[in-house]
Design a protein around this ligand. Structure first.
Ligand SMILES: *Cc1c(COP(=O)(O)O)cnc(C)c1O
Length: 401
């Protein structure tokens, strides 16, 4: 099985055989596929499950993620930019000619002047303004092949999308989108009245397009319940194993593990300080491991600690390791006092997050969310992809899709 594990080196490593890794991101593609199947199964009543793979699959590698999700049965993919979409088309082509069936939606909308390029790459813009609609309709009239597109209606988040009046005008013009979407502002807060308000507006505006499929729910929206599911869900973060909502329980598996190498282990005497600003002073004698990941790798500076102010923690050989002092650009200090001496050694890999420390916990310690942590992980990490061993064995029933 280990020879199936795909490894790509980070930019810091010229050649995997020549230098050991500074650190690595391990993506468990089997867990990713299982999470998709779990979310798809939640969508009882016939809604299908797509996947948001924007921002390079939330930093994990859109190509590997998308091919895995395709094999699990996913057919609708959401990216942010047309550039990401064109790249995804190429990534999907590696699966085989049948993958041309995959729908790729570009959430940022139609970039003016690029309609022919969207069609060339088989991309569906999520049209977000009357100008977008007019330009795409004009493009469709000049083109022989069908030009399916989605329509984005704003129901209260006030980011992209048509206002209610604009949506009514587009419906009156006879324009027929393949899909109508809207996006929830507060889906991660199940009790927030905004959810209900947006649901009501979406029912009304999407209802103007009776022939279109409808899509409202992101990850957290799925957990709001069946009224939010419509025809197609668009989960992102939940697929990648970060908690989308307090509603969610722990149905979803850990997908990503971040590890970095111990560079050096040394004692810190009571009263010694460590790192920039001498922000942390030892209250007792301790053992410190310097670990090769810092803010330049996306291990955020705000995850650091100071005396009297705890920071993030890591994990090694059955023990939690508190961060000691400020996170530097290329390294971070961790307390390994309780770790057996033969485990806390140079070259050993420390878990920065993964099965023992959740990405959500680490992100919270840095004052942010799992989304930002995952999409900030730097290019110096090598990437390992553990294969989805269940691929091809699971029945792809239509109901599960
Ligand atoms: C990013 C995004 C999603 C996926 O959101 P998650 O919270 O990651 O599930 C869905 N729809 C739109 C419009 C998005 O921008």
């Amino acid at each position: 099985m280990d020879q199936d594990v795909k490894v790509s080196q980070g930019t810091g490593d010229r050649d995997g055989a020549e230098f050991p890794e500074n650190g690595r991101i391990t993506v468990d593609l089997g867990a990713l596929a299982d999470n998709w199947r779990t979310l798809a199964a939640q969508l009882s009543g016939g809604a299908r499950c797509g996947a948001a793979v924007k921002a390079d699959g939330y930093g994990l590698g859109a190509g590997e993620a998308t091919r895995t999700l395709w094999r699990a049965g996913c057919r609708s993919f959401f990216v942010a930019t047309p550039q990401e979409g064109a790249r995804l088309r190429e990534d999907l082509a590696l699966v085989g000619p049948e993958a041309t069936e995959a729908e790729i939606y570009v959430l940022n909308g139609l970039y003016s002047g690029a309609a022919p390029a969207y069609s060339r790459h088989g991309l569906r813009p999520v049209l977000a303004s009357p100008a977008d609609v007019a330009e795409w309709a004009d493009h469709a009239r000049r083109t022989d092949a069908p030009c399916p597109a989605a329509l984005h209606v704003d129901t209260g988040i006030s980011r992209l999308g048509l206002s209610p009046d604009e949506a009514r005008a587009v419906a009156a013009s006879g324009f027929c989108p393949a899909l109508v979407i809207s996006h929830l502002a507060c889906a991660d807060m199940p009790g927030n009245p905004m959810n209900d308000r947006q649901l009501g507006r979406f029912r009304e505006l999407a209802g103007l397009f009776p022939d279109a499929r409808k899509s409202l729910a992101n990850s957290a929206g799925i957990f709001l319940g069946p009224e939010y599911h419509f025809d197609l869900a668009r989960p992102g973060i939940a697929l990648y194993g970060s908690q989308a909502s307090a509603n969610e329980e722990s149905l979803l598996k850990t997908v990503v593990t971040l590890e970095a190498r111990i560079l050096q282990v040394h004692p810190l005497k009571k009263g010694d300080t460590i790192g920039y600003g001498a922000a942390f002073a030892a209250e007792r004698d301790m053992q410190v491991a310097m670990v090769a990941a810092g803010y330049a790798d996306g291990y955020m500076r705000r995850a650091g600690s100071a005396s009297g102010q705890p920071g993030a923690r890591a994990w090694l050989a059955g023990h939690y390791l508190p961060v000691l002092g400020r996170v530097s650009m290329d390294m971070t200090a961790f307390d390994v006092t309780n770790v057996p001496m033969d485990k806390a050694v140079p070259g050993a890999l420390v878990e920065l997050f993964g099965p023992h420390v959740s990405v959500d916990e680490t992100a919270a310690c840095a004052g942010t969310i799992g989304y930002e942590f995952l999409t900030s992980l730097g290019a110096r990490f090598a990437r390992r992809y553990l294969p989805d061993t269940a691929a091809g064995t699971a029945p792809l029933s239509d109901a599960a899709n």
